[in-house]
Design a protein. Sequence first.
Length: 97
Amino acid sequence: MRIKYEDEARLDLLEIKNHYLEIGGKVLARRMLGLIRSDLNALFNYTAPAYELVPNVRRLVVANGAYLVFHRVTESVVEVLHIRRAERVPATEKDVG
């Protein structure tokens, strides 16, 4: 199994990186991206619960609760669809589909 980042998720990671570069520099940016990616690796041994607002999408809480990762799981790949701050308004199908 492998992790595949969809275009929107790649943009999300870039925005997260740029945000932490601005407020804390390279060390903080690397740390936050590392936390997100490390937590995503847990999906190889764990199935996150379904996201009740969007069919066929799962939601994983990462980076000590700071972010939500919306994804789909198939036999061979975890498709990361969208990454967003946890305190934002709940994601809709428009956001992750």
